[in-house]
Design a protein around this ligand. Structure first.
Ligand code: ZN
Length: 308
């Protein structure tokens, strides 16, 4: 089957699909994020631990952001801990576009007893902050939970349960190969109002016995088929899927705005340097250079503007 550029190749592309099942009592989201996580690894020169941790958080962010109401709305996830990996920050919008970074981008790899990369120990004790901006120039809705010191998927499920009061199953996976990201993806299944204990138990059991997401991708399954497999509902109703990608929103103008938001003394000092100013975008590592002439001209224009 051939696909046009604007369409999604379900067997290959990164995309998100949502669905309703069990008479609308379960809402499911599934995603392939392999290329997206590989882009993050490449842009930020991530190590194995930060590739897995940031890759899982980017995937969770895209899944959670897919029910935002407007194109301008955004969801920010920020994990901060006292371990060697002290910051993970991601921002996602409704259309599957996410960006984010890990600070530091590389840490020593610690393994769990069963041979997995130990993300919880790399992060340590800390918090997960979630900020939802509806894009309507109102103050973002912010909430914060203590980390339960488990997998990224458990941290997100715990937030959804305790802070957003949505019983959810979250499955996230990033599988590495010697040269990068082999498979990445995730699923989020939520109980909708009207659910009962029987349905909750059933969903929990399904999730517990469910092989890892990356196993299914290895087997050639796509996100639609993952929802089909875990929910086993012949009447499942899929919404239109959306292409997902790592995409930064930084622009030259925005980087200048950030520079000129500094205290006036700092700006004057920056402008003294004949080499100009070099800045890197936190989110995508893109490099920007502003010459002394550009900075002086912008400062003059902005100072004049303030006098109006
Ligand atoms: Zn950027």
């Amino acid at each position: 089957m051939r696909y046009r550029d604007s369409m999604i190749n379900y067997e290959k592309d990164d995309y998100i699909v949502s669905a309703q099942a069990k008479s609308g009592l379960i809402r499911g989201f599934a995603m392939r994020s392999t290329a997206l996580v590989e882009d993050a690894r490449h842009l930020h020169e991530l190590c194995p631990t930060t590739t897995v941790a940031l890759g899982q958080l980017l995937t969770a962010n895209a899944l959670m952001a897919s029910d935002l109401k407007t194109d301008e709305a955004s969801l920010t996830l920020n994990i901060r801990g006292d371990g060697p990996l002290h910051t993970l920050l991601t921002v996602g919008s409704k259309n599957g576009q996410v960006r984010g970074f890990a600070d530091p981008p590389a840490v020593e790899t610690i393994y769990t007893e069963d041979g997995r990369i130990d993300i919880a120990r790399a992060i340590g004790n800390g918090t997960l902050n979630v900020s939802r901006d509806d894009g309507l120039n109102r103050r973002p809705y912010v909430s914060s939970v203590e980390l339960v010191k488990s997998t990224v998927a458990h941290e997100i499920a715990s937030y959804l349960y305790f802070s957003a009061q949505i019983p959810s199953v979250v499955l996230l996976g990033v599988k590495l190969s010697p040269d990068g990201v082999k498979h990445a993806g995730g699923m989020m299944l939520q109980l909708m109002p009207g659910w009962d204990d029987r349905l909750a138990d059933w969903l929990e059991q399904r999730a517990q016995g469910f092989p890892e997401i990356t196993y299914w991708f290895e087997e050639g399954m796509n996100p639609h088929q993952l929802l089909d497999l875990i929910l086993g509902d012949p009447d499942i109703k899929y919404a239109d899927p959306a292409r997902a990608a790592f995409r930064c929103t930084c622009r030259e103008e925005r980087m200048l705005d950030n520079l000129f938001a500094l205290p006036a003394d700092d700006i004057r000092e920056l402008i003294q340097d004949p080499a100009g100013v070099h800045v890197n975008c936190h989110f995508c590592n893109k490099h920007y250079h502003f010459s002394q002439d550009t900075l002086s001209a912008v400062l003059a224009a902005r100072t004049a503007g303030q006098g109006d």
